[in-house]
Design a protein around this ligand. Structure first.
Ligand code: SF4
Ligand SMILES: [Zn+2]
Length: 349
């Protein structure tokens, strides 16, 4: 057990005394825009409250605070179906449905096979594309053979949180608990069953400088392009009770600059062919999320949203702000010091 594994584990143990959730209600649900076969459509998103990600219950990833929303105790099949039904009462026929669990949809400890079967049979009747997420270890021949029979001709997209193609960073900065080869095997298995692969790439894991994070994002996108239909770039936001929050409170971590996100998108779009790159900046523009300065955050975030739907890097052409110099300075100077540069733009919020 290494130090990071132990630290991630301890952060959760301190949290076990929190008050219980209503297990009949999902965490949340909403409608958002997404692309389906090149057209912008509405997508219905729900987050089910399961007992929690099995990896998070053992230790967990250094940036992930999803366990804050998990029941952390058993959730029955009946309760899970009540959550699903409650969310689907607000469903209005969107052609994409995304079901997230803050863990792995294919982990039978989170979603029993009977519940998975009922949900997929129901969605196969109602929507065109179903999106779920899973760690690679639950993406097996047996599971994919089962689920692809249930959804028949409908599209199934599976998101895998690879985060980085660099095994050293994934082990020592993220504590992800699997290696790049595990991801590759899972992605190839998904292709065998004609499922779509969405790869999540993290922007700025803890312990990396801005420049290292930028380069890691670019090299990861290049490394996963041939395995992915969609690459989802996820800039870190500082979530409660995580290693990232621990460092951030001590001014040893700054969330990524939006300029870095733009740079990664611009540098990689022309290298990945028809693979779609999208970016959802959770908490963007806030002190805990990816941000530049107050003056330009909104404009840059709008451009990133437009890029995700259009795939056109020219949306970034007219962006400029005085803070770009600070970002360039940080990239040049950070490697000369020890630890992260002070977040001057954060200080002013
Ligand atoms: S990032 Fe995914 S695998 Fe890691 S702890 Fe969170 S839910 Fe589990
Ligand atoms: Zn600015």
């Amino acid at each position: 057990m290494n130090e990071l594994f132990r630290f991630c584990k301890n952060l959760k143990e301190e949290h076990h005394s929190k008050k219980p959730f209503d297990k009949d209600k999902p965490v949340s649900f909403w409608s958002e825009k997404d692309l389906l076969n090149g057209t912008v459509v509405d997508a219905f998103v729900m987050i089910l409250r399961t007992r929690g990600c099995t990896w998070a219950l053992q230790s967990g990833c250094s940036m992930c605070g999803y366990f804050n929303d998990s029941a952390l105790s058993s959730v029955s099949s009946d309760e899970l179906m009540k959550q699903y039904t409650a969310a689907m009462e607000k469903y209005t026929g969107q052609p994409i449905v995304k079901i997230f669990t803050s863990g792995s949809f294919f982990d039978e400890c989170e979603i029993p096979v009977s519940v998975r079967t009922k949900i997929l049979l129901d969605l196969a009747e109602k929507t065109q594309k179903i999106v779920v997420e899973s760690r690679p270890e639950y993406i097996t021949d047996e599971t994919l053979s089962d689920v692809t029979k249930l959804i028949r001709q409908k599209t199934l997209e599976v998101g895998i949180g690879l985060e980085t193609s660099n095994d050293f960073i994934r082990e020592h900065a993220i504590n992800k608990g699997f290696v790049f080869d595990d991801y590759k095997k899972a992605a190839m298995l998904l292709k065998k069953y004609h499922c779509k692969v969405k790869t999540y790439v993290l922007v700025k894991p803890p312990f990396l400088s801005e420049e290292e994070a930028l380069n890691d994002g670019i090299s990861t996108i290049q490394a996963v392009a041939s395995y992915s239909d969609t690459i989802s770039l996820n800039p870190v936001n500082v979530q409660r009770r995580t290693v990232v929050e621990h460092l951030w409170r001590r001014r040893q971590y700054r969330p990524p600059w939006l300029w870095s996100v733009v740079e990664i998108l611009k540098s990689t779009k022309n290298l990945v062919g028809t693979v779609r790159i999208q970016c959802d900046v959770t908490g963007g523009g806030s002190i805990r999320g990816a941000h530049n300065c107050r003056t330009c955050d909104t404009g840059v975030l709008t451009a990133i949203r437009m890029f995700s739907l259009s795939q056109d890097i020219h949306v970034f052409d007219d962006l400029s702000c005085g803070c770009k110099e600070q970002w360039l300075d940080q990239r040049n100077l950070e490697s000369l010091g020890f630890g992260s540069c002070v977040d001057f733009s954060g200080e002013m919020r």
